[in-house]
Design a protein around this ligand. Structure first.
Ligand SMILES: C[S@@+](CC[C@H](N)C(=O)[O-])C[C@H]1O[C@@H](n2cnc3c(N)ncnc32)[C@H](O)[C@@H]1O
Length: 266
């Protein structure tokens, strides 16, 4: 019968969080009680998880959970694992309007619901709508929320007909179809990742259609790839002004906020 220490000595990837998950003990208790004898049942589960992790399955898909902003989110193979870079969109959004105002916010491609649910939790007066093309992802997002969010199924703005919002926020798929980094993301849903030859197909469609769904002087907020900001600025400049660009924690261009020109929103 193996002890926790035997597993620690093997040094498999993420072995401490895996032991913590399977044995349902804190990390501190795993380390301080390393002579704990693992039962047969626990060993089967541990070996299964270690093998999956060694094959490259992200730890978040093993634990089916990921922390984002100030909350924990359930995730599944149907949802992107929410990234720390995306927390930037929540920061920008919650600072955009007075928290006591009534505001209508749309989160396109909500995935696990990370953006919409974090905003709703911080801004109780704002009405959140969240959409996704993936029914499975929407089901996960619905399980994650305690707020009153309208979840809608469909492609981008098709879901909201003629409705207009104060802010449309979106972390769209923006990886080019042949990007070599995709091999590191093989366990995440391709629908959440790729968007044509240059990764901009969905962003272009969202920018072109967004003026019909943004209120006068309202905003569009997009996450994008590190090398896409210049092209997106050009695309936005027809209908938007007051374009503000943001970098992520790694100092890479990552998000862009633009206000609808008054004459377009009339
Ligand atoms: C990059 S992920 C972002 C997920 C989540 N908002 C986040 O930041 O973690 C993009 C999301 O867009 C969804 N998506 C892809 N194409 C879509 C479309 N045509 N209409 C609506 N959602 C779409 C995917 O299913 C995925 O959940």
């Amino acid at each position: 019968m193996n002890t926790v220490n035997d597993y620690l000595k093997k040094g498999s990837t993420d072995i401490i969080p895996i032991l913590s998950l399977v044995l349902e003990r804190s990390v501190a208790s795993i380390i301080s009680s390393s002579d704990y004898r693992v039962s047969k049942k626990e060993a089967v589960k541990l070996n299964e998880m270690i093998a999956k992790r060694e094959r490259g399955v992200p730890f978040a898909y093993l634990s089916q959970q990921k922390g984002f902003y100030h909350l924990d989110f359930k995730v599944s193979e149907a949802t992107l694992i929410p990234r720390p870079e995306t927390e930037l969109l929540v920061d920008i959004a919650i600072d955009l309007f007075d928290e006591n105002d009534d505001r209508d916010i749309l989160d396109l491609g909500t995935g696990s619901g990370a953006i919409a649910i974090s905003i709703a939790d911080k801004r109780a007066n704002w009405k959140l709508t969240a959409t996704d093309l993936s029914v499975e992802a929407l089901n996960v997002a619905k399980q994650n929320t305690k707020s009153d969010i309208s979840f809608l199924h469909g492609s981008w703005f098709d879901t909201v007909e003629n409705k207009k919002f104060d802010l449309v926020v979106c972390n769209p798929p923006y990886v080019a179809d042949d990007d070599p980094h995709l091999k590191d993301l093989e366990f995440e849903p391709i629908l959440a990742l790729t968007s044509g030859r240059d990764g901009l197909d969905d962003i272009k469609s969202i920018i072109i259609n967004s003026p019909n769904h943004i209120k006068e002087d309202g905003y569009l907020l997009l996450e994008h790839g590190y090398n896409q900001q210049e092209e997106i600025t050009k695309l936005l400049s027809k209908d938007f002004h007051n374009i503000t660009k943001f970098k992520d924690y790694n100092n890479l261009d990552r998000a862009i906020l633009a206000q609808l020109k008054s004459e377009v929103g009339l």
